[in-house]
Design a protein around this ligand. Structure first.
Ligand SMILES: NC(=O)c1ccc[n+]([C@@H]2O[C@H](COP(=O)([O-])OP(=O)(O)OC[C@H]3O[C@@H](n4cnc5c(N)ncnc54)[C@H](O)[C@@H]3O)[C@@H](O)[C@H]2O)c1
Length: 341
C-alpha cells in the first residue's frame, strides 16, 4: 500500500499515480484533485505536478504545514516562473523562491546555441532543479523552451497557467554573454545576443503579464547587468541588450502599475557563475582566476571578492516581496559599489 510518509522520496510513475490518487480519495477526509489535474497524467512531469498538488491539499486538509520546513514564507501561495533556471543564478533563484513558499516553473533552453562557445544548461540539470524544488514540498514544472522564440514562450506560459493555475512572479533571467569587438562581430552574434537577452524579456512579459493584469497582481524582475548602465569593450552586443532591457523595464513599469504589477531591473556586477567562468576562460587570455582576483581586489568592501549568486538572489527576492511593493521601474545595481567609480 502506498504510504504518505514516502511522498517526498517516491519515484512517481504514471501507473502508480492511480494507486496514489485512490489512497488519497479513501482517506477519512478524502483529498481529491481539482480540475484540470484530475485526469490521468500523460507523462512523468505531469504526474509529479499532480502528486504534489495532492500532497499540498492533503497537508491543508489535515491542518499540517505546506512543506517540510513549516516556515511561513514571503511567497506562500505564489507561483514563480524563472527562465534560464538549469544552473547558476537561475537555479539559486528557483530554490530560494521555493524555500519561501512559492511553486515554480523552471525553464531552460537545454540546448547549445551556434554563436555561444560555452555549453548551456541541460535537461538533466533542469530536472535536478525541479527535483530540489519538489523536495522542499512545492509544486514544480520543468519546461524546456527557448525563450527567444515566440511559439515556445506562448506554449510554456499556456501550460504553466493550465497546470499551476497562474503566474504571480516572472524572473527574466535567461541570458548569454560572448566577447568580441564590433568591427569583427559576426551579424548572428549580435542578433542572437539581442534575441536571447532582450526579445525573451519582451516575449515572456507579454504572455505572462496578460494573466497578471486579469488578476491585478504581479512582479516582474529583469536580470540585467551593470553593463546595462555603462559600456565595456568587446561587449557592445551584450551591453546593448541590457541597456535595452532597462528601457523596456521603465516603459513596462508605467503600463502595468495601474494593475498593481511592478517591473524592475536588477543590475549585477561580475558574479561567480558558470557563465562568468566560461566567458573568462574562453574569450580572454587572463582566465577566470586572474579576473576574479583583480575584480575582487577592486571591490569597496573589505572581503574583496566577486559577488555570489546568493548576493544577487537576495535582491531579486526582496524586489518581489511585499516590502518592495511601491518600487517599480528601477534599475537596481547589485554591484558591491562597482558603479561608484
Ligand atoms: N554572471 C555574471 O557575472 C552576470 C553579471 C550580470 C548579469 N548577469 C545576467 O544574469 C543572468 C544569468 O546569468 P548566469 O551567469 O547565471 O548564466 P549561466 O549561463 O550560468 O546561466 C544562464 C542559463 O540560461 C539558459 N539560457 C540561455 N539561453 C536561453 C534561452 N534562449 N532560453 C532559455 N534558457 C536559456 C542557459 O542554458 C543557462 O542555463 C543572465 O541574464 C546574465 O546576463 C550575469
Amino acid at each position: 500500500m502506498f504510504n504518505v510518509d514516502h511522498l517526498d522520496t517516491i519515484i512517481v510513475s504514471c501507473n502508480r499515480y492511480r494507486e496514489i490518487s485512490r489512497f488519497f480519495s479513501e482517506l477519512e477526509r478524502p483529498v481529491r484533485l481539482n480540475a484540470p489535474l484530475k485526469q490521468k497524467p500523460h507523462n512523468q512531469n505531469e504526474a509529479q505536478t499532480a502528486l504534489y498538488e495532492l500532497h499540498r491539499q492533503f497537508l491543508r486538509c489535515y491542518g499540517l504545514s505546506r512543506g517540510p520546513e513549516n516556515v511561513k514564507g514571503r511567497f506562500d501561495e505564489k507561483v514563480a516562473l524563472v527562465t534560464g533556471a538549469a544552473r547558476s543564478l537561475g537555479r539559486s533563484l528557483a530554490v530560494a523562491f521555493a524555500k519561501e513558499g512559492a511553486d515554480l516553473i523552471v525553464n531552460d533552453i537545454c540546448a547549445e546555441l551556434a554563436t555561444v562557445k560555452y555549453p548551456l544548461g541541460t535537461e538533466e540539470r533542469l530536472a535536478e532543479v525541479a527535483e530540489e524544488v519538489r523536495h522542499l514540498g512545492r509544486r514544480c514544472m520543468a519546461v524546456k523552451a527557448d525563450v527567444s522564440k515566440a511559439v515556445e514562450v506562448k506554449s510554456m506560459v499556456r501550460r504553466a497557467v493550465r497546470d499551476l493555475g497562474k503566474i504571480d512572479i516572472l524572473i527574466n533571467n535567461a541570458g548569454i554573454s560572448t566577447m568580441v569587438d564590433v568591427v569583427n562581430m559576426p551579424d548572428d552574434v549580435w542578433d542572437e545576443t539581442i534575441a536571447v537577452n532582450l526579445r525573451s524579456a519582451f516575449l515572456c512579459s507579454k504572455h505572462v503579464a496578460r494573466q497578471m493584469i486579469r488578476r491585478k497582481y504581479g512582479r516582474i524582475v529583469n536580470v540585467c547587468s551593470v553593463y546595462g548602465l555603462v559600456g565595456a569593450p568587446c561587449a557592445a552586443h551584450y551591453s546593448a541588450s541590457k541597456h535595452g532591457m532597462i528601457g523596456f523595464t521603465r516603459s513596462l513599469a508605467q503600463e502595468l502599475a495601474p494593475y498593481d504589477i511592478t517591473v524592475n531591473a536588477l543590475c549585477p556586477a561580475l558574479t561567480d557563475t558558470e557563465m562568468s567562468r566560461a566567458v573568462a576562460n574562453i574569450y580572454t587570455t587572463r582566465g577566470w582566476d586572474q579576473i576574479a582576483s583583480e575584480v575582487g581586489a577592486n571591490t569597496l568592501f573589505p572581503d574583496h571578492r566577486v559577488m555570489t549568486v546568493q548576493d544577487v538572489t537576495e535582491a531579486v527576492l526582496w524586489l518581489c516581496s511585499d516590502s518592495a511593493k511601491y518600487i517599480t521601474g528601477v534599475a537596481l545595481p547589485v554591484d558591491g559599489g562597482f558603479l561608484t567609480n
